[in-house]
Design a protein around this ligand. Structure first.
Ligand SMILES: [Zn+2]
Length: 310
């Protein structure tokens, strides 16, 4: 009885000590989905005060020499909580911070990793796309989260990937790969050779309705390639921590193909953008969360893209 109590107190003390050392942020909860591969599962939700912007899956991979972080969250505070989670698992330095694309919920924790030896890695098109939106993103995060967004600002990748590149963590290599426009124009995937783990960023959504901010046609083409990859672990940008062996890719393909087909049919039938959006308004898409918020936006994005196709 007593040793158990002592163990609990010791664990609590350690968590509090780490939290106070890293800006009073409790470490994010993580699952070790493969040896040395840790994933924090964000809530499937829109950013709101009650979730503090903790809405995307964030990961880190531990090598023999150093650690790579993959996506950093919506705020500097979430980045600090992610760093605290790293510190609970290893004392090795963070040498790479990889951003899978420029959306605020994946990049705005970067500031927590400045000042050490971390190099920031992204698709070569990320800096331009983030810089076009950074002010709007910061404003939105600050308005929604208030004090919880303190210190949040854009920190840009300087190691830019135009096709692919390999990052060495010591006894562990990560292959990063830049993709043509799909979810956004600056998507990047990460593959850990040692465990066969593929991080898709938001090229794959699980549970959360996919969000089109690039090209629905391009995204379907990228899915053709991702579906061919033999992987043992598959980490989506939102939803479950590991969806390998599930129908997640097929479900996303079915949704995106349905959006494209619906919009093409409407365009051929002479329907305007407003009518298409109105028809999708409030429509719950079976098996997907947040469809009321994102389905109309996807119809709008697809309409704008497909309006002038041959
Ligand atoms: Zn995204």
């Amino acid at each position: 009885m007593l040793p158990e109590l002592v163990r609990r107190w010791a664990g609590l003390w350690l968590a509090l000590a780490v939290a106070s050392a890293w800006g009073a942020k409790a470490p994010l909860a993580v699952d070790e989905i493969a040896p040395g591969v840790f994933v924090h599962r964000g809530e499937v939700a829109e950013m709101a005060a009650d979730n503090g912007g903790d809405i995307a899956n964030l990961s880190f991979v531990v090598g023999e020499r150093c650690v790579a972080v993959i996506d950093t969250g919506s705020t500097a505070a979430i980045g600090q909580a992610l760093l605290a989670a790293v510190r609970l698992k290893t004392g090795l330095p963070v040498c790479y911070v990889i951003n899978t694309h420029m959306h605020f919920d994946h990049v705005f924790g970067n500031a927590a990793f400045e000042g050490g030896e971390a190099r920031f890695v992204g698709n070569q098109r990320l800096p331009a796309s983030l810089s076009a939106r950074a002010d709007g993103f910061v404003q939105r995060v600050t308005e929604t989260l208030g004090d919880a967004a303190a210190g949040t600002r854009a920190v840009y990748p300087t190691v830019l990937v135009d096709r692919d590149s390999t990052l060495d963590l010591g006894g562990r290599r990560l292959k990063v790969e830049a993709w043509p426009t799909a979810h956004t124009d600056n998507d990047l995937t990460v593959y850990d050779e040692k465990t066969g783990t593929l991080w898709t960023g938001d090229l794959l959504f699980d549970a959360h309705l996919p969000v089109i901010d690039g090209s629905v046609v391009g995204w379907l083409k990228v899915l053709d390639q991702l579906e061919q990859r033999p992987v043992r672990h598959l980490v989506p940008g939102h939803g479950r921590a590991d969806v390998a062996g599930t129908d997640a890719l097929a479900r996303e393909r079915a949704y995106l193909a349905d959006v494209a087909a619906t919009v093409r049919k409407a365009i051929r039938g002479g329907q305007g953008l407003r009518a298409v959006i109105d028809a999708g308004e409030g429509k719950a898409m079976a098996g997907w969360q947040l469809s009321e918020a994102f389905h109309p936006r996807n119809l709008s994005a697809a309409y704008t893209e497909l309006e002038w196709e041959d």
